[in-house]
Design a protein around this ligand. Structure first.
Ligand SMILES: [Zn+2]
Length: 65
């Protein structure tokens, strides 16, 4: 968890999720423009199909480490 996320949590501003224990294994890529779909270098965000939370490509890359 990032420092920023921890601060948000301490302030009680973290967005509620239906599945707080979700491990976010099912991340689907999202594109800003329909024409970009399929181009992995243009992915704008990822969305967890289990809990619906979205992640930036940077966050997903961090999770892979
Ligand atoms: Zn999830």
């Amino acid at each position: 968890m990032s420092i920023l996320a921890r601060l948000k949590k301490n302030r009680g501003e973290a967005p509620p999720t239906n599945t707080p224990d979700c491990a976010h294994w099912e991340l689907g890529p999202r594109w800003a423009n329909a024409a970009d779909i399929g181009n992995r270098s243009l992915i704008t965000s990822y969305s967890c199909s289990t809990c619906g939370r979205s992640f930036t490509p940077a966050e997903v890359a961090q999770r892979a480490n």
